[in-house]
Design a protein around this ligand. Structure first.
Ligand code: FAD
Length: 529
């Protein structure tokens, strides 16, 4: 069959979503090509805010260490009112994370790191190569690529993944409507600003007209500036600087100088999403599937998580480890996320359009809720068809089925047990954690890695079969996961719990596994591939 296809997955678009898709598919051993119509990588900053859940995903993907040196932490949201600044510290309302802050890093750097890791995994972006049309049937997709100079290439792929941005050709060809509305026009600029406001804050200010915002870049004195009136001509950056200087000076009550911006853009906010994210063998992710207000910086964050959700499902189907129906769960899990995003980003946008008068009275409980929502930490798949028995462990503390595994603060994340577990779940696979004295099964499907979690000293433990042992000498892993002797936790490749229970036996676990639809349970070679 392989001779009938040129490639397993053709990805259109090498923005952050296409790159995440390419990297993850390559890590799962899938044959993939990623093409982009542009001559080379984008050079404008665009997404700056990276939220907590995305940082957890970067950690699991193994790319965090290369991104971390290039960012700056934001710890608070600051509203500058007439009687002074009101600082609201980021507080995720009990949602434990290793990353209790917003991380400001230029999208150019995020993409560079993703490209580098994808290249190491064996995929390099084919620039100057646009997808110009495609058709599909039950067997695959026939795509037409246009190379620089006009040469045309026909590619036959098993699947096509449209990560081709807001004007997505894939979405349009699939006739997936981008439903919603156009709203306000805002102006955005990147510039050096001479201001004493805190560099670890995201600032909202209220000049006589509109709202202006400041988001810090890691570079000294550099800020992202936003004006909700949309006034200003991007082709006249000096005038834009003068207008911002006047607005910040008025709002802060002190002279504030803005230098000529390195980048200015106006944009009309679109609040739109598709009702389905795939048709047959073709998928859309990221801006191709949903576009919204940038006020809460969700676009790239949500989009990367689309790709992180779909990549392992495609890989398992291509490796014969799951039935193709597994791919239906991409829509079931991610379409509601895109829809919910329209509501939440819409609310933030409306708050952003308030005057100081409204801002003074605005409900800070709402703002806390907002910060919690932006983090991405509360998102769960409790209602997913892939989640088994969210209520089978009513008394348990720790993460529940459907929730993310890594509900742990920075101090606990660095304990021996968590350090080993965080390393283990970087392997692209499902993971079964079995707490001693129960033993992981001697044989397991090839896509499942098994781990014995033991509080004992290493010399006292030998995990059976291909299982690995994770030692948890101070029992922080046991405590934070709410797990005791004989318990077990099944973790999906994207870090969410599929199921958990007590009194592990291979038989009861086998019955739970059989409840998760679409997975093939034949025992493989234990390699996790
Ligand atoms: C000013 C601004 C500020 C933003 N701030 C934030 C923020 O703080 N936080 C946040 O999370 N998000 C933010 N966003 C949104 C974020 O930039 C996008 O959500 C993100 O880039 C989406 O990634 P993507 O890969 O889906 O699409 P894109 O980044 O648009 O990439 C799509 C790629 O597909 C390529 N392509 C298009 N058509 C074809 C074709 N036919 N064939 C081959 N290739 C094709 C394009 O050349 C492009 O490289 C901001 C956006 C803007 C504009």
């Amino acid at each position: 069959m392989s001779s009938d296809y040129d490639v397993d997955v053709l990805i259109a678009g090498a923005g952050p979503v296409g790159l995440t898709a390419a990297l993850q598919l390559a890590r799962w051993g899938v044959d993939v090509r990623v093409v982009d119509i542009k001559e080379g990588p984008a050079t404008t900053s665009r997404a700056l805010n990276t939220h907590s859940r995305t940082l957890e995903v970067y950690d699991q993907m193994g790319i965090l260490g290369d991104i971390a040196p290039f960012g700056i932490r934001v710890n608070a949201f600051v509203r500058h009112l007439e009687d002074g600044p009101f600082r609201l510290e980021y507080d995720y309302d009990g949602l434990a994370t290793r990353f209790p802050y917003m991380f400001m890093v230029d999208q150019v750097i995020t993409e560079r790191v993703l490209r580098g890791h994808a290249a190491v995994a064996g995929v390099t972006v084919e620039w100057d190569t646009g997808l110009s049309s495609f058709t599909q049937d039950d067997e695959g997709v026939r795509a037409v690529l246009n190379h620089a100079g006009g040469a045309e290439e026909i590619v036959r792929a098993k699947y096509l993944w449209g990560c081709d941005g807001g004007h997505s050709l894939v979405r349009k060809t699939l006739k997936l409507p981008l439903q919603g509305e156009s709203t306000y026009t805002w102006l955005i600029a990147d510039a050096i600003v001479d201001t004493p406001v805190a560099r670890d804050g995201l600032h909202w200010m209220f000049p006589p007209e509109g709202l202006v915002m400041l988001f810090p870049f890691p570079d000294p004195h550099k800020w992202r500036l936003l004006d909700t009136t949309g006034e200003g001509d991007p082709d006249r950056p000096e005038e834009v600087a003068a207008r911002f200087s006047a607005k910040f000076s008025q709002a802060l009550g002190r002279e504030t100088r803005v230098e000529t911006p390195t980048w200015v853009s106006t944009f009309t906010i679109q609040q739109r999403a598709v009702p389905a994210m795939h048709v047959g063998r073709c998928f859309v992710s990221g801006d191709a599937a949903h576009v919204h207000s940038p006020a809460s910086g969700q676009g790239m964050n949500t989009s990367i998580q689309d790709a992180y959700n779909l990549a392992w499902k495609l890989a398992m189907v291509l490796h014969g480890q799951a039935d193709p129906d597994l791919l239906e769960t991409y829509d079931a899990e991610r379409v509601p996320v895109g829809q919910a995003l329209l509501a939440s980003t819409g609310e933030v946008m409306e708050v952003a359009m308030t005057t100081e008068e409204d801002g003074r009275d605005s409900d800070y409980a709402f703002l806390r809720q907002l910060i919690r929502g932006m983090s991405g930490l509360a998102l769960n798949y409790a209602d997913s068809p892939l989640t088994v028995g969210g209520d089978t462990v009513p008394d348990a503390t720790g993460p529940r089925p459907g929730e993310r595994l890594t509900q742990v603060d920075a101090a606990d994340a660095d304990t021996p047990g968590w350090t080993a577990l965080r390393g283990a779940i970087r392997q692209p696979s499902w993971h079964l954690l079995v707490f001693a004295p129960a033993e992981p099964p001697h044989d397991a499907p090839a896509w499942l890695r098994t781990h014995l979690i033991s509080p004992h000293r290493p010399e006292n433990d030998r995990a059976p079969g291909s299982a690995a042992t994770i030692h948890d000498p101070d029992q922080r892993l046991h405590q934070t996961l709410g797990a005791g002797a004989g318990d077990w936790i099944l973790v999906r490749p994207d870090g969410y719990l599929a199921a958990r229970g007590g009194d592990f036996t291979p038989e009861t676990f086998g019955r739970v596994l059989a409840c998760i639809p679409h997975l093939r349970l034949d025992i493989g070679d234990g390699s996790g591939r």
